[in-house]
Ligand binder design. Structure first.
Ligand code: GTP
Ligand code: MG
Ligand code: ZN
Length: 358
């Protein structure tokens, strides 16, 4: 049994329930998902749940709910029955990624999270540009961003790495840990208050599940070896899972992502706040910071205030986000064209038929 507030429920969600039958409704939080079957937690207990058929159809465009979402279920969840999800409440925050394959929707990684840690190993897998990518998606989610540099025990130049990350991630708290040796965990633990939901994202092998276990004080999540050559993990965690910490607060462990695709430009301005600030001083409001006169960004590069490769990387991410949006519009356009194509084929057939030809 849980307290609703301990599960992260609050006024934002309560207001979405009609006051007349607020007392009868059973709010439940999605704690995990396994191919369309959800694990939900409520004050009445926990158990499996499935979407009501009507809801499944209603959500065809918006997409199914994800881990962290608040729902209203029909019967109190229990371990022996599968209850029905009747409603999904609006989200306070949502961390999404570009879905793999032909899926046109962004995939929900973590819903209603307050804080998201971008976890990166201080081993051969360390990559500051990847951290920036994660931070852009975290800013876009509406949650607070933070960075965990894990595997400090494997790092020979901790000061150097830390300075590098801090210079790229201005205004974002950076924590250094060794989950293996239980070092630096108190500062991380202090971020996870009662009622708060905190997600861990990052590439496979960064040590997200090891961190969750260390914070939990028991080996509940499965962890796995990384390749010695490049520090890459072998995708041990396969589903997103909420866990409740004994002292309060919820952690969301997520599977390592092969590549975090930017789906829009949201959050880029936050990660590259220095460039955004410079851009506001350009002579032209629609300045592309290429050859325009009075461009404060180019001037900053020329004076050495802004590193050229930082600008180049910002541009790369911007192009990538724009390309994703375009590709998806393209897909929508092609789908529409297919429908029209079929229609005009049918019209042509009809004409032929009317003309008495076979
Ligand atoms: N040396 C060292 N190894 C660590 C540390 N934290 C985790 N590891 C090791 O890194 C490997 C991967 O850890 P996991 O916790 O499974 O990584 P993960 O981020 O959950 O990976 P996925 O579930 O695949 O996304 C394991 O062998 C851990 O023991 C650390 O602080 N130092
Ligand atoms: Mg894991
Ligand atoms: Zn400019």
């Amino acid at each position: 049994m849980y307290e609703l507030s301990a599960l992260g429920f609050g006024p934002f969600f309560e207001q979405q329930l009609p006051s007349s039958d607020r007392l009868e409704l059973i709010p439940a939080r999605i704690a995990a998902e396994h191919r369309g079957v959800y694990e939900v937690w409520s004050t009445e207990g926990s158990g499996r749940a499935q979407l009501a058929g009507r809801l499944r159809r209603e959500l065809e465009d918006a997409g199914p709910p994800g881990v962290g979402d608040w729902t209203v279920v029909k019967d109190a969840p229990d371990p022996h029955h599968t209850t029905v999800i009747e409603r999904v409440l609006s989200r306070r925050t949502v961390f999404t990624r570009g879905a793999a394959g032909r899926e046109t929707r962004a995939q929900v990684v973590a819903a209603n999270v307050d804080l998201v840690f971008a976890v990166c190993g201080l081993d051969a897998d360390f990559n500051v540009h990847r951290i920036e990518r994660y931070l852009a998606r975290i800013w876009a989610s509406g949650a607070q961003p933070a960075v965990i540099l894990n595997k400090a025990d494997l790092c020979e130049d901790l000061g150097g790495r830390l300075a590098e990350v801090e210079s790229h991630c201005v205004g974002v708290p950076v924590y250094v840990t060794s989950a293996l040796r239980s070092e630096g965990l108190d500062a991380v633990r202090a971020c996870v208050h009662d009622g708060l939901t905190v997600a861990l994202v990052g590439s496979s092998g960064a040590g997200k599940s090891t961190l969750v276990n260390a914070l939990l004080g028991e080996d509940r999540m499965r962890t796995g070896e990384v390749r010695a050559t490049d520090g890459r993990g072998c995708h041990v965690t396969t589903h997103r899972q909420l866990v409740l910490l004994p002292a309060g607060g919820l952690l969301l462990d997520t599977p390592g992502m092969r590549e975090l695709q930017l789906v829009d430009e949201d959050g880029l301005g936050d990660v590259f706040g220095d460039i955004a600030a410079l851009a506001s001083r350009c002579r032209y409001r629609d300045c592309h910071h290429e050859t325009e006169p009075g461009c404060a960004v180019i001037e900053a590069v020329e004076s050495g205030e802004l590193a050229a490769d930082r600008l180049a990387h910002y541009r790369k991410l911007e192009r990538e986000a724009q390309a994703f949006a375009l590709r998806h519009d393209d897909r929508k356009r092609r789908k529409a064209e297919r429908v029209w194509g079929q229609l005009s084929d049918e019209v042509a057939q009809l004409r032929k038929w009317k003309g008495g030809k076979p």
